[in-house]
Design a protein around this ligand. Structure first.
Ligand SMILES: Nc1ncnc2c1ncn2[C@@H]1O[C@H](COP(=O)(O)OP(=O)(O)O)[C@@H](O)[C@H]1O
Ligand SMILES: [Mg+2]
Length: 233
């Protein structure tokens, strides 16, 4: 994975089937795409069209039922679950609709968490958390808990945490879904800046205004790609 930054992320004819009793749900039904390093993608489509399933597979939180997923040139099929966890920890950053911060931990501790798992020395991790908190405008909130912050501030903490490991790729599932439109715009500007600095970003959203910040888009329908390409909606 040392050349991860240089190689495209590619999915080839991915399927994901959930068995529900004697019924098979085809959440993904033959999806192929290439995500170049430094690109910014919006994945759109109606509820239930397979967006989150696709993002979870790209984030190695789930595996396809069939098809290939090449991440940084590595075929994830041949990786053990432990190896995939390691890839997640080292190379990926996640941002979720509901922020997914740990309520009992402070801002500083939440941001540090990935670094703790990566085995960083606590002093160095604390320093990095402070830098990241300042970068997202929360340098004065280091010792607050998530419940003491607004939704937009919580999402900024989540972004700082996602950046802690300096990931190759950021994956965001409806990052503005729980925010008012002005706050959502602030979060999108932040993601736009990160992409301008070279981060690859793949973001699920069903809001066209949010999707328009991304250069590329995929529209999902019934587990398939209905359209993909560049351009505004
Ligand atoms: N864990 C699961 N078990 C069974 N079915 C699932 C599961 N996760 C998703 N699905 C089904 O797969 C389809 C796609 O879901 P999802 O990827 O969450 O869609 P979206 O994010 O576009 O709303 C839906 O029909 C959903 O009900
Ligand atoms: Mg979803």
């Amino acid at each position: 994975m040392s050349t991860a930054t240089l190689q495209a992320t590619r999915i080839e004819n991915i399927t994901r089937t959930y068995q529900m009793g004697d019924q098979a749900v085809h959440a993904l039904d033959g999806v192929s795409a290439t995500f170049e390093p430094g690109s910014f993608w919006a994945i759109m489509g109606a509820s239930g069209s397979g967006k989150s399933t696709l993002l979870n597979i790209l984030g190695c939180l789930d595996r396809p039922t069939s098809g290939r997923y090449l991440l940084g040139g590595n075929d994830t099929r041949t990786q053990s679950d432990d190896a995939l966890s390691d890839i997640r920890l080292k190379y990926l950053g996640f941002i979720f609709q509901s922020f997914n911060l740990i309520a009992q931990l402070t801002v500083e501790e939440n941001i540090q968490l990935p670094l703790y798992y990566l085995g960083w020395h606590p002093d160095r991790a604390r320093q990095r958390a402070g830098e990241l908190a300042r970068r997202v405008g929360l340098g004065e909130r280091l010792h607050h808990r998530p419940s003491e912050l607004s939704g937009g501030q919580q999402q900024r903490v989540a972004i700082a945490r996602a950046l802690a490991n300096d990931p190759v790729m950021l994956l965001a599932d409806e990052p503005t879904g729980n925010l008012d439109s002005a706050t959502g715009k602030e979060i999108m500007d932040m993601l736009g800046d990160l992409n301008a600095q070279g981060k690859t970003i793949i973001m699920v959203t069903h809001e066209p205004e949010i999707a328009n910040i991304a250069k590329h888009r995929i529209v999902m329908r019934d587990g398939r790609i209905a359209s993909a390409g560049e351009g505004r909606l």
